[in-house]
Design a protein around this ligand. Structure first.
Ligand code: GAP
Length: 432
């Protein structure tokens, strides 16, 4: 990692901790590798990502059906899907210090990153987390925490078809947790053991797969752009045949220029009829009165990687002043806080009371509104800039006589005076 990039990652990680976005998992007990906890602003950002995704890909469409399947599934699902046999990563152990690595993460092939010792032969390591169900501790009671949300949709294919009789093409969509026993969790929230996925299984006739593959590629790009991901940092990678997952005939990885390298952000796979066939599921086409196995296009999105790509895309430093002013230029729809409300002086009851009425009105309207009366106004602006709040509203002595407030823009630092009753429309217009 270059020094500049390393500094950017350090800044993001420190901001996330300091301002309540992301904390190390189980921190007071020394942490747990590959797990992270999300604080108040992190939850808000994650919820916004997930809600916007659901709005665009499920509620906004006429051909999509949402599901929320159980995390624990019958082990037969993972046997049939091929995960028991093939969901593996090559694991390498150092012969000297015994530390374990994923083969492709080693800086120098054959040499341990930790102690410089010689590494042994690679062996395959299954990444599914296994646990026991019920009181019996034998292999018949072994279940897995799902490593992808996709199978929860495939196994409910028949249920949804029977309830809703959708015509092809149509999709199932799910947002939920998935778990992977990553050999080397790393790079902050980029590679973690407990992940959240937003996935779509889009069912098509075989002859249409290329058309819908292209369609979903455009949809995924449009989503990234609408979220505010820096599109100059997004690159498409056609996955080589020998690197394709066991279920895929074609995959495009959308890679992002992370400070630690060009890495997968999202994936788009043509899963053929692999999964439905494995689960013995078919589709009865009422129009042609024929029975067949639909093919699947799968756009898949990681919540954590979206979060990190957004942080990296939106982090800016305004260097016009004496000191650099860091701010997160989030889209207002994505920002954890839409606006902050402040009385100019903390201890003036008239200002506080007036500000509180405005705060309550805005909170009822937008929900994500923060009350901020801590420190002087300059400090409040800096704090709100750092967490990406698009607007700060200040109630001062003039407000008491003319019912106008100061509204300050995060990106430009410019302030305007507007009437109290215009605040909601002012924000709504800009949010749209
Ligand atoms: N159903 C297909 C599937 O799971 P994948 O490429 O293994 O495909 C999908 O994962 C997405 O989940 C990735 O593009 C990435 O955004 C996210 N993801 C996968 N493993 C992850 C990990 N260990 N940490 C964080 N995100 C991960």
């Amino acid at each position: 990692m270059q020094e500049k990039d390393e500094k950017l990652m350090e800044k993001i990680i420190s901001l996330c901790k300091r301002r309540g976005f992301v904390y190390p998992g189980s921190e007071i007990y020394g942490g747990l590798a590959g797990t992270w906890d999300y604080g108040p602003l992190g939850v808000a950002l994650k919820n916004n990502i997930k809600n916007l995704w659901w709005k665009k890909f499920v509620d906004g469409r006429e051909d999509m059906y949402g599901v929320d399947a159980a995390i624990l599934m019958n082990s037969a699902v993972w046997k049939a899907s091929g995960h028991v046999d093939t969901f593996t990563d090559p694991l390498i152990e150092c012969t000297k210090c015994k530390k374990r690595f994923r083969e492709d993460t080693l800086k120098e092939k054959g040499t341990c990153d930790e102690c410089g010792g010689k590494t042994g032969e690679a062996r395959l390591f299954n990444m599914m987390f296994a646990t026991q169900i019920g009181a019996v501790e034998d292999s018949s009671a072994t279940v897995y925490l799902r490593p992808e949300t996709a199978q929860g949709m495939f196994v409910n294919f028949k249920n949804v078809v029977d309830s809703f009789h959708p015509k092809l093409p149509f999709g199932l969509a799910q947002i939920g947790k998935a778990f992977r026993n990553e050999i080397t969790p790393r790079d902050f929230i980029f590679r973690v053991r407990e992940i959240e996925q937003m996935e779509i299984e889009y069912f098509v006739k075989e002859e249409d797969w290329q058309k819908y593959f292209e369609y979903w590629k455009e949809e995924m790009l449009a989503w990234m752009e609408s979220m505010g991901i820096d599109m100059n940092k997004v690159h498409e990678l056609e996955v080589k045949e020998e690197d394709l997952a066991h279920y895929s005939k074609r995959t495009i990885d959308f890679e992002f220029d992370f400070p630690f390298g060009l890495k997968e952000l999202y994936g788009l796979a043509y899963r053929t009829d692999f999964d439905l066939k494995k689960h013995n599921l078919t589709y009865q086409d009422e129009e042609t009165n024929s029975k067949f196995v639909p093919h699947v296009i799968e756009p898949t999105f990681g919540v954590e990687r979206t979060f990190l790509a957004l942080m990296l895309s939106c982090y800016k430093e305004d260097t016009k002043g004496e000191e650099p002013r860091p701010y997160l230029a989030f889209n207002p729809t994505v920002a954890p806080v839409v606006c902050a409300v402040s009385p100019l002086l903390k201890n003036k009851v008239e200002l506080r009371d007036y500000a509180h009425i405005i705060y309550r009105t805005l909170k009822d309207e937008f929900g994500r509104v923060m009350w901020d009366d801590n420190g002087n106004i300059g400090k409040r602006y800096r704090r709100q800039d750092e967490i990406g709040t698009p607007w700060c509203i200040v109630i001062d002595f003039d407000t008491l006589s003319d019912d106008s407030v100061t509204i300050r823009d995060r990106d430009t630092g410019l302030q305007e005076r507007i009437k109290k009753e215009d605040i909601v429309d002012y924000i709504k217009e800009r949010m749209n």
